[in-house]
Design a protein around this ligand. Structure first.
Ligand SMILES: [Zn+2]
Length: 250
């Protein structure tokens, strides 16, 4: 992926990849620009000067909103520089209670589930999807059926769920919630578009439930066990699960 060069995904959406590739971020954080005359920047990404410049250049003086899926340091920190340069409204949820937050984040409008951003060229619906972290939102671009999934879903790898911010029960419920919406594609916070959203979401739910059954089976085999012993047994059974490579590091 080219860093700093906007790539058109459809008539309404362009993608910029931040220059922060790595173990936790894949090719880099995806920043999406929605609309052309009045633009929403979705997940401005890390506060890296080249990335901020690329956003402002692609925005061409027409950025009106900054929207954040959550406040991990690879997703939101550039909000401040972009807001200062453009006067854009900032939409998101307050930083969550884990140890990996962009504490600078201050939304001008605090999101609630089902809030709608009605722009001249698009309507963007906010869906509260706790799990990866409690303040996580996905956004549905209704005209395209495109879901901006932040770190809720990533192609080909397992999203990390770490307490206290992460919550597996909430995560599975937040995956199931997505099945209520007419999704045509998923635009994740890292990596390429996912074209078969329903199959992907169903697969993820099944994958997590399978793991849960393994934990139960491991406990049944070991009786009382600490986490290390349990992980060892589960590791031996490990068959095909993909790598866990995402923020926050564990
Ligand atoms: Zn995250």
């Amino acid at each position: 992926m080219d860093h700093g060069v906007p790539f058109a995904l459809n008539n309404r959406v362009r993608r910029l990849v931040a220059p922060n590739p790595g173990m936790m971020t894949g090719p880099g954080t995806n920043t999406y620009l929605l609309g052309h005359d009045a633009i929403a920047v979705l997940d401005p990404g890390p506060a890296i000067p080249e990335h901020i410049d690329a956003i402002l250049q692609a925005g061409d003086g027409r950025i009106r909103w900054i929207v954040c899926t959550h406040t991990h340091p690879d997703h939101s920190p550039a909000w401040q520089a972009v807001a200062e340069a453009t006067g854009a409204q900032v939409l998101g949820a307050l930083p969550a209670d884990d140890r990996f937050q962009d504490d600078t984040f201050k939304p001008t409008r605090e999101l609630q589930h089902d809030d709608l951003l009605q722009a001249p060229e698009f309507s963007l619906r906010a869906l509260h999807t706790p799990g990866h972290v409690s303040n996580h939102f996905c956004f549905l671009l209704e005209e395209e059926g495109m879901l901006f999934a932040g770190d809720h879903i990533m192609k080909g790898s397992t999203v990390v769920i770490v307490p206290p911010g992460g919550d597996m029960k909430a995560y599975i419920e937040s995956l199931r919630l997505l099945l209520d919406y007419p999704l045509a594609s998923i635009a994740p916070g890292h990596g390429e578009l996912i074209d078969e959203p329903r199959a992907e979401v169903e697969h993820l739910v099944e994958h997590r439930l399978k793991r849960e059954r393994k934990v139960v089976a491991g406990l049944e085999q070991l009786g009382r066990a600490d986490t290390d012993a349990l992980v060892k047994v589960m590791w031996m059974w490990r068959a095909t699960s993909g790598p866990s490579c995402h923020w926050p590091p564990t």
